[in-house]
Design a protein around this ligand. Structure first.
Ligand SMILES: [Zn+2]
Length: 325
């Protein structure tokens, strides 16, 4: 494994919205509550940590709110104790995407696109391999402007999108399309923390691509300082979007089990310091040793320094892996 550090641009802290909009959080939590109240929902219990595979008896309670979540004592991954069918999850995502149609996709999106593109380009340079055929798994359906941005910014790469197909719970169609497209790179920036069975998705991808295909994965990260300090009170913890919050060790274990080599690990999250700063400055009686005082007195420079430290030490809330099939 190489390059544990990937320093991304830091945001202008005064212009960052920070947390997920409250309306989105409420909508997702209501959807989860409806699922739990609906007697016809099938739930699959998880008997082991979905990352490292250790028996769930090795896990401790993380949160009882809404859905029960556990934290693995072996690898630090946080996971829902039971999950609904993938088909149900996909249908709920399609509904929220449809509800958002017409909304401004958000100014920060452009940055997100550029950041992903930089990631692909830097990896190309490191591997000395041209990744000119990219397949983007299920992200485009959430980001209407992404196809246009890839045309403009991708420097002549071919860029295909595989979007959500809720009829297809076993990832069969995804496998068939991947085999047909035979990409050199796969980009999966927002899937693994919210699918019912991340290992099944990883295996499906591995089986459908040629040896040497490079896979870019991003997900939320349980080793992030936000989860360490605030636990289930983290503003980023929206249970339906975080059925598995991988730790670095946990995701490494999963990759090894599936037979994928890890080429690069990083945590290039940009917002941890801002989110924690808002929490401590806006919450009465937030009395956590060291950190309460740290943030009460924090200015912009201190937040920037902290964010850089978190990225360098793999303690930010977003993880990125580059894998090779
Ligand atoms: Zn584990």
């Amino acid at each position: 494994m190489q390059t544990p550090v990937f320093l991304d641009h830091l945001p202008d802290f005064e212009t960052v919205a920070g947390e997920k909009p409250e309306q989105y959080r409420l909508t997702r939590n209501k959807a989860l509550l409806d699922l739990m109240l609906d007697c016809s929902t099938d739930w699959t219990p998880r008997q082991a940590c979905p990352a490292c595979g250790r028996d769930r008896l090795k896990s401790r309670n993380f949160s009882q709110t809404l859905l029960e979540f556990l934290r693995c004592t072996e690898c630090n991954t946080i996971y829902a104790q039971r999950v609904p069918d993938q088909k149900v999850l996909d249908q709920l995502r399609l509904e929220i995407i449809e509800a958002q149609v017409g909304d401004d996709p958000g100014k920060d999106r452009e940055f997100e696109f550029t950041s992903l593109m930089n990631w692909v380009s830097l990896t190309e340079a490191r591997l000395q391999r041209r990744l000119d055929k990219v397949v983007d798994i299920r992200f485009a359906s959430q980001a209407p402007r992404w196809p246009e941005a890839t045309r403009r910014l991708s420097h002549g790469r071919s860029w295909d999108f595989l979007s959500l197909t809720p009829e297809n719970t076993e990832f069969d169609e995804l496998c068939a399309r991947l085999a047909h497209l035979s990409p050199k790179a796969i980009l999966m920036p927002a899937e693994l923390d919210r699918v019912a069975d991340p290992e099944a998705l990883m295996r499906a991808i591995k089986q459908s691509v040629a040896s040497g295909t490079v896979i870019f994965v991003a997900s939320s990260c349980a080793d992030g300082l936000e989860y360490e300090i605030l636990g289930a009170d983290s503003p980023s913890f929206i249970p339906l979007d975080r059925l598995t919050v991988f730790s670095i060790n946990g995701f490494q274990a999963l990759s090894a089990r599936v037979g994928l080599s890890v080429l690069e690990v990083s945590t290039p999250g940009r917002l941890d310091a801002v989110i924690l700063d808002r929490y401590f400055k806006g919450t009465e009686n937030a009395n956590i040793p060291f950190w309460s005082g740290f943030f009460q007195e924090a200015d912009k420079n201190r937040l920037r320094d902290l964010q850089i430290l978190l990225q360098r030490s793999l303690k930010s809330g977003i993880l990125r892996f580059v894998l090779e099939a």
